[in-house]
Unconditional design. Structure first.
Lengths: 443, 358
């Protein structure tokens, strides 16, 4: 049994981690392409249309990867988490079915028109199809996070005698207090990814002394979008999301922050340190006094309950994993704000395109928003463990009863092999498109 | 309420089979009949802007199954674990084959992805037919061995095959001679359907040849359908039971045979869309007749101990099903509007769309 659960969890973790590399760029980049296309309609400057066309090529490739790795996600609720699906399908099935009906049809119908219809539609309608693709991808994110929020903070349900969860208030799924902060936090983070990607490719062109006009446009656009979105990720969205955790999952919050002991007179914020689960403390800790209390409750001496005060049964399953995921996310988020601030200052002083070290930093920063997004999701997911539905349904009780670990290991290995191939192909083809660069005035 | 969602689900599945069916069929034609680069281009252009939206019908139908019949979703997806995961892999290969072939102009690169696209289309057509066969035949619910259930009454697990390949064995497999027969019907029917779509949407040189292919395969299809009807009683002793009790259901078999017989006139059709219409009728009729014959069962039990899964014992709770009608009604109107827009913009022949060229 233990083995079976382990492979089910590994397969879900692996396939969702790989999948989400693509939608985060889809959601952020669709907004930026709509911006480029809109700017073209407004200014009539051909370079904005060419910029939109260039990013559409990356977008098309990225979107296809998101679609093919997304289909297994919906299947896996049934294949590997049958008990979970059976017991909660009447509720999470609502939001997941709505995702299919409201967002996938919208995205896929207009993606074809967006990618191949410019000549047929004219620029204004073409802009509209781009906007609809953007809308579809953001609606998809909304419905997924509505589902996720219900698992974190179940609302609008009752539990029947046979253990089934049934919906008794549809509206509650969408007025869930967990939903809006998480959604905005996630969407801002997806714009961070696309901003860094756009800025990194721009920096690559400038440093290469190729496609300079586009290099400047991409760096400038990436820095402006990047600064705004990095700030929004931290405040107010990240702050609000964290306050939900404090309020509804206090043990998770203590583990995330690495607070083992309750401290009188206010808690320090941990910057560095390794959780020592044998002695229930942090090793070689670097911390700043009282900041955590202030950030959480706006009072320097507010008390934060340490993990050791909670009963072991409510501790998150993997405390070090949760702690690291959260600290990597926050650390990277802070670095993003710092770098984007510096770049914005240089941009304002009209020196950015000549400040080589910032361009190099922007270029090398490309993978890190992906890491930050991934660890952010790990924080949310590990924070909820050992529960599938917080406090109500344990992960161990949600797996498929008849699928043996041997079968799951086989399919997990299959997914690993197939996704390795997909990842290599994506990098190779994206690299080819980037190396070729945007084409001036192509028709 | 269950009945409403049952009709919705079956309609969505039928739409999926008709729409993505022509994509699979086009893939099979691509594999066996398209030799010249020009023909291959015509085929990918004909499905290019549509296949992604067509595939969404599968996801959306899956979503409706999950939401309206969660117990069936949980039971069947875990029970058919291996073939479902393989279907996912094939869908991935097929999609990347289509999307990536045009990215690099190199003959080896292109022929690799052509084959990936064609072979996965062929296997998917086969698997979907086999899947239908499994649903009609039923499964060993509760995993009964020697008269004792080894799982909860509504769960099961099927290996890919058992050594006897018999649909009557106690321990069944996914593939036996009956399900394989339906799989082959699936391949033949979708090949015809895909050819009709290509004839409809392109001016390819291939079209005259494809009309002959449709005609010949249609003879094979008719023969296979007749054989399957003759052997059907082996897996279901009273296959016409529902039809005898509810005569209006005969409309579905009539639609099926209208489709098949209509296609024998393929060579004389003036309108290019007519062949596609007839093969759509066949697919719609075939699928609906099959599910109507086992209604209200959704997944029959092959043992006497555990009950069949039916429309009434796997559905979600009443409130959720009722509230779903509201958003679903809005969504259907939107989806219909998207489809009208999409098919109007890409109306007529598709030879010049330039799909997958960069």
């Amino acid at each position: 049994m233990e083995d079976m659960l382990f492979y089910d969890r590994m397969q879900f973790a692996f396939t969702i981690t790989f999948h989400y590399l693509f939608p985060q760029l889809t959601m952020g980049l669709s907004l930026m392409i709509v911006y480029f296309k809109g700017k073209f309609l407004y200014s009539k400057l051909e370079k904005y249309n060419d910029a939109a066309k260039f990013w559409m090529k990356i977008f098309a490739l990225n979107f296809a990867m998101g679609v093919v790795t997304g289909i297994p996600m919906e299947f896996q609720f049934g294949t590997n988490w049958a008990k979970f699906s059976e017991l909660t399908g009447g509720i999470i099935g609502q939001t997941l079915a709505m995702e299919g009906m409201f967002s996938f049809f919208l995205e896929s119908s207009f993606l074809g028109l967006f990618l191949f219809g410019e000549k047929l539609l004219g620029h204004k309608l073409h802009f509209l199809t781009g906007f609809l693709v953007f809308l579809g991808s953001w609606a998809s994110g909304y419905l997924i996070i509505a589902t996720h929020s219900w698992m974190q903070y179940p609302v609008g349900y009752e539990i029947l005698e046979n253990g089934k969860f049934v919906l008794n208030n549809f509206g509650a799924l969408f007025s869930n207090p967990w939903l809006l902060p998480s959604y905005l936090h996630n969407q801002a983070a997806s714009i961070v990814t696309s901003s860094f990607v756009v800025a990194a490719i721009g920096a690559f062109y400038l440093l290469n002394n190729k496609h300079n006009e586009f290099g400047k446009l991409f760096v400038k656009t990436g820095v402006v979008f990047g600064l705004i979105s990095s700030l929004l990720v931290a405040f107010p969205t990240g702050d609000l999301a964290a306050k939900n955790v404090v309020k509804h999952q206090p043990a998770t919050f203590a583990a995330m922050e690495g607070v083992f002991e309750t401290e009188e007179g206010g808690s320090e914020i941990v910057l560095i340190g390794q959780p020592n689960m044998l002695e229930k403390k942090l090793d070689n800790k670097v911390a700043v006094p009282n900041i955590l209390s202030f950030l959480t409750y706006q009072k320097w001496d507010a008390q934060i309950k340490g993990l050791n005060e909670f009963d072991e049964s409510v501790h998150p399953t993997n405390v070090p994993g949760l702690y690291y995921a959260y600290h990597i996310m926050v650390g990277l988020g802070t670095i993003f704000i710092g770098l984007m601030l510096l770049a914005a200052v240089q941009l304002f002083r009209k020196k950015l395109f000549k400040t080589k070290w910032i361009l190099w930093s922007l270029m090398f920063m490309l993978p890190f928003p992906y890491i930050a997004n991934t660890t952010g999701w790990y924080t949310a997911e590990l924070g909820r463990q050992p529960w599938l539905v917080y406090n109500l349904l344990r992960t161990a009780d949600g797996a498929s009863p008849t699928v043996s670990s041997g079968n799951t290991l086989f399919t997990l290995l299959g997914f690993i092999g197939l996704y390795l191939l997909l990842g290599l192909l994506f990098l190779m083809l994206a690299g080819k498109i980037i190396n070729k660069g945007p084409q001036l005035n192509q028709h | 309420m269950e009945l409403f969602w049952y009709i919705v689900l079956m309609t969505m599945l039928a739409v999926y089979v008709i729409l993505d069916g022509y994509d699979f069929g086009a893939g099979i034609i691509h594999l066996f009949f398209a030799k010249k680069e020009k023909d291959k281009k015509a085929i990918t252009n004909a499905i290019g802007p549509f296949w992604d939206a067509n595939e969404v019908w599968l996801i959306a139908a899956g979503g409706v199954l999950f939401f309206a019949f969660p117990t069936l979703y949980a039971s069947s997806f875990s029970g058919f674990y291996l073939p479902l995961i393989m279907i996912l892999w094939l869908l991935i290969f097929r999609a990347i084959g289509l999307e990536l072939r045009g990215q690099i102009h190199n003959s080896i690169w292109q022929s690799i992805w052509d084959k990936a696209f064609g072979i996965s289309s062929l296997l998917l057509a086969l698997f979907f037919g086999v899947a239908l066969g499994n649903v009609v035949r039923g499964v060993n619910l509760g995993g009964v061995v020697n008269g004792v259930s080894t799982h909860e009454a509504h769960y099961f697990f099927l290996p890919l095959w058992n050594p006897t390949f018999s649909p009557q064995a106690e321990q069944l497999g996914i593939i036996d001679w009956f399900t394989l027969l339906l799989g082959i019907i699936g391949v033949v029917a979708l090949t015809i359907h895909g050819a009709n779509w290509i004839i409809f949407k392109t001016n390819s040189d291939l079209n005259e040849k494809l009309k002959r292919v449709v005609f010949r395969l249609n003879i094979v299809l008719l023969a296979l359908v007749v054989i399957s009807l003759l052997v059907w009683h082996i897996i279901e002793p009273q296959p016409f039971h529902n039809f005898l009790n509810t005569p209006w259901l005969w409309i579905f078999p009539i639609i099926t045979f209208t489709g098949i017989f209509g296609l024998f006139k393929v060579k004389t059709f003036k309108k290019h869309g007519l062949g596609f219409l007839f093969s759509s009728l066949f697919l719609f009729g075939g699928l609906t007749s099959t599910v109507a014959s086992i209604f209200p069962k959704l997944l029959p039990s092959t043992n006497a101990i555990n009950p069949d899964l039916t429309v009434y014992n796997v559905a979600a709770h009443e409130y959720g099903l009722s509230v779903g009608v509201y958003w679903f009604a809005i969504a259907v109107v939107l989806v219909a509007a998207y489809m009208v827009i999409q098919y109007r913009v890409f109306k007529g022949k598709m030879d010049d769309v330039g799909y997958g060229e960069h």
